[in-house]
Design a protein around this ligand. Structure first.
Ligand SMILES: [Zn+2]
Length: 246
């Protein structure tokens, strides 16, 4: 017969009160888990694959970048990752960000990356932030800040209001447009190292522009952390077995 313990009852009650789901496939998971076992095994650990300097699966270090290192935990084009990013972005479902933050911290420590002075989230325009109620880059930044025990600053980078969305443009257009979208405050970042974070890195043009503004303000080191990166070599290791059950 199964022995009933106080702790067992507590866990049982927590599972009923706060049913948790895998951010990728939607399976029910224990309240103290962040994703299910099969997704943990099926998804490619992007941090083990990407070039640490440019953050791409196919190194693009020949193109000039303003950031110094990139940490990305998942490949956006892997099965169910886009869905997890969508739910994080629009519904604030934070398991993906918790997983990515823990993974980033683990890699940074193993690689003896110096601890940044603070975190700067990629900003959202004021209008859009009010409409959505949150900025997912800030949510990720808060979780990263907790894990690394460093503060997050929202007084450094800003974004102008525009209805024209960056993701609707081609890579060449994005590179040109991005230069007009962001601006820095008056902070002097001389000698500072900054952790710049966002939910996804696609071509890297947004993060590159934000990093350039930080460098212009004096930042010595800009490390990027994102939950997911987009593959440039066009392959993906999607596993059809892991469709999200709604
Ligand atoms: Zn799962």
């Amino acid at each position: 017969m199964t022995k009933i313990t106080v702790n067992g009852i507590k866990l049982f009650v927590l599972d009923i009160l706060f049913p948790s789901r895998c951010p990728f496939c939607g399976e029910f998971i224990m309240w103290n888990e962040l994703c299910c076992e099969s997704c943990r095994e099926a998804l490619t650990a992007a941090n083990d694959v990407i070039c640490r300097k440019c953050g791409q699966d196919k190194c693009r270090c020949n193109e000039k970048r303003s950031f110094d290192a990139v940490y990305g935990s998942y490949f956006f084009d892997d099965e169910n990752v886009a869905g997890a990013v969508y739910r994080f972005k629009h519904e604030g479902e934070s398991n993906l960000a918790e997983l990515a933050a823990a993974d980033t911290v683990r890699h940074m420590k193993a690689e003896e990356m110096p601890l940044p002075d603070f975190i700067v989230p990629v900003p959202m325009s004021v209008k859009k932030r009010i409409a959505r109620g949150h900025n997912q880059a800030e949510l990720f930044g808060k979780i990263l800040g907790k894990a690394l025990k460093i503060p997050m600053r929202r007084d450094i980078l800003f974004k102008i209001d525009t209805k024209d969305e960056q993701h609707k443009h081609t890579e060449a257009e994005r590179k040109k447009r991005v230069k007009t979208l962001f601006y820095g405050g008056n902070a002097d970042l001389s000698g500072k190292s900054v952790l710049l974070c966002d939910d996804v890195m696609t071509t890297g043009s947004t993060l590159n522009e934000c990093a350039a503004i930080l460098k212009n303000a004096g930042a010595e080191l800009v490390i990027v952390s994102v939950c997911a990166v987009t593959r440039l070599n066009g392959q993906n290791s999607s596993d059809k077995k892991h469709m999200r059950k709604e």
